[in-house]
Design a protein around this ligand. Structure first.
Ligand SMILES: C[S@@+](CC[C@H](N)C(=O)[O-])C[C@H]1O[C@@H](n2cnc3c(N)ncnc32)[C@H](O)[C@@H]1O
Length: 300
């Protein structure tokens, strides 16, 4: 049963009435709305739940509970950070992806819902989910793509590679917390350099934003995602041009390559895949109708 009061540091309104979590939610929402933050109520709810160390359903169930001074201060600070356009996921340090909880850090990309298109595109190509496949994830970041796939494919193992050592550490932590560390290896590396061949499936969501697109980015992205995870030369195409031929050379015959595409890039990616000797199968659209996952096979 929830205690409805923390007497150690009571906080009261000028009227003498106690501050409750229901009041905090309304006040936080009002501050975010006044700063023009879209989705203010949802954000306030997520931040308040994190500040008091409970899940969001607790806020609905116990609006009369009085937060401690520490929780109140923590919530105020979180709302101030959100007003500066820091994403909620960065403030609370984790993000839900494929219904799994992923720790993130300043060195990892904040996983995007659109990237779930890549996960489902891979799963759609696998006829037998019990097969023991080997998956390579290039530019793994938080490990979200590889770990989401391993969570669906019980006999599959995988390796995630990233140029960022800090990202690799976070991916390893995520594998452990999701109970997938017996089937996943993470290591630093420059795309496929030094890797052995024979992979059944290779996936990648590389940096693909051209420097010419910087002005179109939201502050949540520009100021908080690591630049090395976002930007690529040659109008966003350079990393595709580097990694696709490398991936094609270490994919096993009949193997599957699935690459995330930025808006309007699928046609050019397919061209790079064809030049690397791959057979392009399709480009899967995300919920916004953008061709998001380019699917190709080696040989046959
Ligand atoms: C767009 S993020 C994708 C992260 C994660 N896979 C996801 O979908 O959320 C691209 C990742 O590629 C990594 N990266 C950039 N250049 C690389 C390279 N040459 N070799 C390996 N990884 C690289 C970045 O550090 C970053 O983690």
């Amino acid at each position: 049963m929830a205690s409805n009061k923390d007497d150690s540091h009571p906080i009261t309104l000028a009227s003498g009435a106690p501050v409750t979590i229901g009041w905090c939610l309304r006040e936080g929402t009002a501050r975010l709305n006044a700063a023009g933050i879209k989705g203010a109520r949802l954000d306030a709810r997520l931040l308040l739940a994190a500040a008091i160390g409970k899940d969001t359903s607790y806020l609905f169930g116990y609006p009369e509970v009085e937060p401690s001074r520490e929780n109140w201060d923590s919530f105020q600070e979180m709302v101030s950070r959100r007003i500066m356009h820091e994403p909620v996921s960065r403030i609370v340090g984790h993000r839900e992806f494929w219904s799994l909880d992923f720790k993130i850090s300043p060195e990892t990309l904040d996983p995007r819902p659109d990237s779930e298109t890549l996960v489902s595109a891979v799963l759609d190509q696998i006829s037998d989910a019990t097969e023991a496949l080997r998956i390579l994830d290039l530019g793994t970041g938080s490990g979200c793509l590889l770990l989401a796939l391993l969570s669906e494919l019980p006999n599959t193992t995988g390796m995630g590679v990233d140029i960022s050592e800090a990202a690799i550490k976070i991916a390893g932590m995520n594998a452990s917390s999701l109970g997938l560390d017996q089937r996943a290896i993470f290591q630093t590396g420059n795309w496929c350099s030094g890797l052995l061949s024979g992979w059944d499936v290779i996936i990648s969501n590389p940096p693909y934003i051209g420097k010419n697109e910087i002005t179109e980015l939201e502050p949540e992205v520009l100021n908080y995602d690591p630049p090395a995870a976002l930007f690529a030369e040659e109008e966003g195409m350079k990393d595709y041009r580097d990694l696709i031929p490398q991936a094609a050379s270490i994919l096993k015959s009949g193997g599957l390559l699935v690459i995330e595409a930025g808006r309007g890039q699928a046609g050019q990616i397919n061209q790079v895949m064809i030049e690397a000797g791959l057979r392009c199968e399709l480009a899967v659209k995300d919920l916004g109708g953008i061709e998001r996952a380019c699917v190709a096979y080696k040989g046959i």
